[in-house]
Ligand binder design. Structure first.
Ligand code: GTP
Ligand code: MG
Length: 262
């Protein structure tokens, strides 16, 4: 699947782990994959091709970023594994939000998530990525004018459920939000460090299940901070509403002053 979308540089079929985290003095630091010349690749042609795909994406992402900034819009890129609760969180967020918002949601197929979120009355645009595993800046760019009405203050981009590939594709967002649900396990941040290293905030979702699962939420938080010491960590449940106030306050604090003047 990743060979189709050009993000296969994050996937290594030689069976050896490399890159990622290195331990220094007991601490962990994360190294990005731009030291790819150290890595064995199956073809000498795939490396430049993948670099070109990412460079092209970055150029388009900057155009999106300018588009958002000029309109005083705060745009979020929500990234997590399938089913960790992105759509459920957005439904509860949109119900509570006091400022105009719009949603762009990527899924392989269907309009299921869009239909769930449209119940709130907020405009939702569904992008179907088919066999790809992430949204690209171009796909977002192509829908911006129709998806985001005049006066919008916040745009939520719900990425395709995937913990690896979406991280490499900048969409022009102001911040990446990582979600990790309690059933996924406390080691998630250590196993998928790139996402947590890139995230401005990490939301631990489905806290209502922590008791029955026997989750160690403090250990989970510690693992997030081990990868990214400056990451904002919030705990919440879209089901019970627990922790939603903190998340809504976070969104409020990140509203653009520029958007307010309009
Ligand atoms: N108990 C509980 N269940 C939740 C919570 N949030 C979401 N769920 C359930 O988890 C399942 C998946 O939630 P979604 O919101 O669809 O997850 P998603 O991240 O949008 O999934 P994809 O779009 O497929 O990647 C659904 O059955 C939700 O009802 C929560 O806070 N508590
Ligand atoms: Mg969803």
């Amino acid at each position: 699947m990743c060979e189709t979308c050009g993000c296969g540089h994050h996937h290594h079929d030689d069976g050896h782990s490399h890159g990622g985290m290195h331990s220094h003095d007991g601490g962990l630091t994360f190294h990005s994959h731009d030291d790819s010349h150290h890595h064995r690749e199956s073809s000498v042609l795939t490396v430049p091709l993948k670099q070109a795909v990412l460079a092209d994406n970055n150029t388009c992402a900057e155009e999106n970023r300018t588009w958002f900034t000029q309109r005083g819009i705060t745009a979020y890129n929500l990234i997590s594994s399938p089913g960790s609760g992105k759509t459920a969180l957005l439904v509860e967020t949109l119900k509570r939000l006091k400022v105009p918002a719009a949603v762009i949601v990527g899924d392989p197929y269907g309009e299921y998530d869009a239909e769930r979120m449209r119940v709130t009355g907020v405009p939702v645009t569904q992008i179907q990525v088919h066999e790809s595993c992430h949204l690209s800046a171009r796909q977002v760019h192509d829908v911006l004018e129709t998806a985001v009405p005049e006066g919008t203050r916040i745009v939520f981009i719900e990425n395709v459920g995937n913990l690896v590939c979406p991280v490499a594709f900048d969409l022009g967002e102001c911040a990446k939000i990582a979600l990790v649900s309690t059933p996924e396990g406390e080691e998630k941040p250590l196993k998928y460090p790139a996402l947590f290293a890139a995230a401005d905030a990490a939301l631990v979702t489905k806290t209502d299940l922590a008791g029955v699962l026997g989750s160690d939420l403090e250990f989970l938080k510690k693992n997030i901070l081990r990868i990214n010491p400056v990451c904002r960590v919030l705990f919440l449940s879209a089901r019970t509403g627990e922790g939603m106030d903190g998340w809504m306050a976070f969104l409020k604090s990140n509203l653009s002053k520029e958007g307010e003047r309009r």
